[in-house]
Design a protein around this ligand. Structure first.
Ligand code: AMP
Ligand code: ZN
Length: 125
């Protein structure tokens, strides 16, 4: 499936277009970094590609440069937030079954408190 550059009824597309509010911490020609409205950790950022992809499943071989760029922005933001050494987690929820609630691809950058060895940021019931 080809990504759309802008999707109507997508909150992240609206944030990127600056028609919806958000705390934007960084932006470049490929992505925008915001603070989540519901942080799971003291530092919880979201890296959004400017182009609308519903999920990681929409990435193809031609997106490898963007994929790598977003990972490097995660590292950059961790450094700027002073969590490079204390530790941080980069996560992508892919699909509702994995907890994805906003269907515009995004990387989570979580840190600022110890998170233990598991992948979960919160205990599941
Ligand atoms: P996920 O569950 O992986 O789809 O993550 C969605 C993330 O987007 C969560 O951290 C939400 O708190 C966050 N979120 C949803 N709506 C907004 C919004 N309007 N501004 C900032 N973050 C949002
Ligand atoms: Zn979107």
């Amino acid at each position: 499936m080809q990504p759309e550059s802008v999707m109507t009824n997508c909150i992240f597309c609206d944030i990127i277009a600056k028609t919806a509010p958000a705390e934007i911490l960084y932006e470049d020609e490929q992505c925008v970094v915001i603070k989540t409205i519901q942080p799971l950790t003291p530092i919880h950022l979201l890296i959004l590609p400017r182009i609308h992809y519903s999920s990681l499943n929409d990435f193809t071989d031609s997106d490898s440069e963007l994929a790598g760029h977003m990972l490097l922005i995660a590292k950059l933001m961790a450094s700027r937030m002073n969590i490079s050494d204390s530790g941080y987690r980069v996560a992508i929820n892919v699909g509702a079954g994995a907890g994805q609630t906003v269907f515009h691809l995004h990387l989570h950058v979580l840190g600022g408190r110890p998170m233990g060895a598991g992948l979960m940021t919160e205990r599941l019931g």
